[in-house]
Write a protein that binds this ligand. Structure first.
Ligand SMILES: [Zn+2]
Length: 139
């Protein structure tokens, strides 16, 4: 199977002519990743080489509500590596170290069932909200 080389496209300059900020009218609009990808795209649909594994959403442990630095350390010490915790270890072992709610959230993340709020402008996305989960991150 031939490798598919990325197209040789020079990066788009930010603030090119015609980009006007819809909020403040500035002519120096810094475009976001999604807009830049849309401009560069030359296909209607993604082209996946045969046999290519699917993308997996992965949420870092420290992003889970209830997983502060101390809880993360406990998980790594008592359960396994971050990849083990995120992808491989059974719910019961995670719950023994971190409690049922965190274990449930990690299992939900594996299943793609977590409620995610998109980030933008240099801000990371978030998992649900603390009010929704009833958790805090002072582990
Ligand atoms: Zn603006």
């Amino acid at each position: 199977m031939p490798a598919i080389a990325p197209p040789a496209v020079p990066p788009l300059p930010d603030g090119e002519a015609g980009d006007i900020c819809p909020s403040c009218g500035s002519a120096r609009l810094i475009t976001g990743v999604d807009a830049r990808i849309s401009r560069l795209a030359d296909r209607e649909a993604p082209l996946w080489p045969p046999g290519r594994p699917p993308y997996r959403h992965q949420v870092p442990l420290s992003f889970f509500p209830g997983v502060g630095p101390k809880m993360r350390e406990r998980l790594l010490r008592e359960v396994g590596t971050e990849m083990d915790v995120l992808h491989r270890i059974g719910r019961d072992r995670i719950a023994d170290a971190a409690g049922d709610r965190i274990a449930a959230a990690i299992l939900d993340a594996r299943a793609g069932l977590l409620a995610l709020t998109a980030g933008s402008g240099g801000t990371y996305g978030r998992i649900g909200g603390r009010e929704e989960t009833g958790m805090d991150d002072r582990a």
